[in-house]
Design a protein around this ligand. Structure first.
Ligand code: PXG
Length: 467
């Protein structure tokens, strides 16, 4: 008799039963536990391609790729087979003590191939947060080895998201996170984000990009260049609301970092692996980082894996000067995660998904969003590759926002769930990042659902006298 039951008991549990057990035992991330227990979780039970099904059998178009990660969509047999084969062959061995495994080596090799040319080396972690913790330690180790230990401050930006560990949340610029747990840790400072709508009105976008980059130079001058180790940013801020910077911003950031010899770190956890229509966001925006954090799309979220691509400027010192780098995780280079990443990246290559986003689906989404910009609720519609944002405004022409307490974004999000499409609300910015396998016909389907949700939200705000 098989040890594995054909119908595990879980298959027969009702939604209410799941919700009760969930409320009794499971503390979810970034959640008001009491409020969720009252309301009950949504239980997702299966998925295929770009669609999810919940425990009541409702079909939902996943316009957020899980959590910005399922780039190749759900149900890809090549990834499932790679995991299964590796589990059977060698489910685990570590990369400590002068040892490693073939999948970790092959993935390092393949990442060096798809990453920009300055990257020949990689350090593996399990998540984006751990990747950014590694960045902090590696940046400081680099300056220590060069005999400049006082060069330790890392400059980041308000409203950035770099993870939820102590260093990740400190690098991030989310005030709600800093308020809990005494963050940021010492040696991390923040400048304002390049969000034209909030900080640049009255200027052209290109002029504003130069002004926003100039805030980095002002901060360097305030601190003293000999104290500043690195600047970190997401090419496009994801969790902050899909804030697409002006085209002038990143080249100017690069010029400033070069001028003062400061390391440039691109957090590619969301923008990596094709999301912006290039393999990495830094290629879309024209800059050349010294370090790149990645996670999410490297395995399309099928299994946890993250890491840091290490540019030659840093690798030369870390390797060339010798000495042990006292950092690493049990699961650094986990063979199953690496095997899935290999299958995932090869699938992206085989299906030419990056080129498809660049030449076909990305431009098509941009066209559809230009049409949505005409909707009476939409004050700004932006896309970059397969990321998109719609800013819901009270004053379409004046730029006036709805009162925050009206929670118009959350109202819209409620309609999205009811209509069968997942969008995220960041304040009143409605954001999407659908799987890169989405077709034009599926983009039409997604945009029609979004339009219906905007219409319903418009009816609500009119009924409530907000417009
Ligand atoms: N950097 C960036 C740019 C991210 O978007 C992380 C680091 C941290 O990765 P891990 O794997 O440690 O979660 C992220 C994660 C949201 C949301 O609400 C976004 C993320 C995570 C959770 C929620 O948009 N991004």
């Amino acid at each position: 008799m098989s040890a594995v039951p054909k119908n595990p008991p879980s298959a027969s549990r009702s939604t209410a039963d799941w919700q009760a057990a969930d409320a009794a035992h499971y503390l979810h991330p970034f959640t008001d536990f009491q409020a969720l227990a009252r309301k009950g979780s949504r239980i997702i039970t299966r998925a295929d391609n770009i669609y999810l099904w919940d425990s009541d059998g409702h079909k939902i178009l996943d316009a957020m790729s899980g959590l910005w990660c399922v780039n190749v969509g759900y149900g890809q047999q090549a990834l499932i087979d790679a995991a299964t084969a590796q589990l059977a062959q060698l489910p685990f061995y570590n990369s400590f003590f002068q040892t490693t495994t073939p999948p970790a080596i092959e993935l390092a090799e393949l990442l060096a191939e798809v990453a920009p040319p300055q990257f020949e080396h990689v350090f593996f972690c399990n998540s984006g947060s751990e990747g950014n913790d590694t960045v902090v330690r590696m940046v400081r180790r680099y300056w220590d080895l060069l005999g400049q230990p006082e060069r330790s401050v890392i400059v980041s930006r308000h409203n950035a998201y770099h993870g939820s560990t102590m260093a990740g949340a400190s690098l991030g610029g989310m005030s709600g996170m800093h308020a809990q747990g005494g963050l940021p840790i010492p040696g991390i400072v923040h400048i304002e984000q390049p969000y034209w709508f909030e900080h640049g009105k009255g200027m052209s976008r290109d002029d504003f990009g130069l002004v926003a980059a100039g805030w980095l130079e002002a901060k360097i001058q305030e601190l003293g260049a000999d104290k500043v180790a690195a600047f970190i940013g997401e090419p496009v801020q994801g969790a902050g609301g899909v804030i697409v910077p002006p085209a002038t911003y990143w080249p100017e950031i690069q010029r400033i970092c070069d001028k003062y010899g400061i390391l440039l770190v691109s957090d590619e956890v969301i923008t990596g692996f094709g999301r912006t229509g290039r393999w990495f966001g830094c290629e879309t925006f024209g800059f050349k980082p010294d370090l790149m954090t990645f996670a999410k799309g490297v395995t399309s979220g099928y299994i946890p894996l993250g890491g840091v691509m290490v540019g030659e400027r840093i690798a030369k010192v870390l390797i060339g000067q010798g000495g042990e780098f006292n950092h690493g995780y049990t699961y650094s280079g986990h063979p199953v995660a690496c095997a899935v990443a290999l299958a995932n990246i090869r699938l992206i290559q085989r299906e030419r998904l990056v080129e498809r986003v660049r030449d076909d689906t990305g431009p098509y989404l941009a066209e559809c969003y230009a049409a949505l910009a005409e909707h009476p609720l939409v004050g700004e519609a932006q896309t970059c590759g397969l990321m998109g944002a719609l800013l819901l405004l009270k004053g379409k022409a004046s730029g006036e926002a709805f009162p925050a307490a009206a929670e118009v974004g959350m109202v819209c999000r409620g309609h999205c769930f009811a209509e069968g499409v997942i969008m995220r609300a960041v304040g009143d910015r409605m954001i999407i990042a659908p799987p890169l396998v989405i077709t034009r016909a599926q983009i039409d389907e997604m945009v029609a659902l979004i339009r219906r949700c905007l219409d319903k939200t418009l009816a609500d705000v009119r009924r409530r006298g907000l417009l």
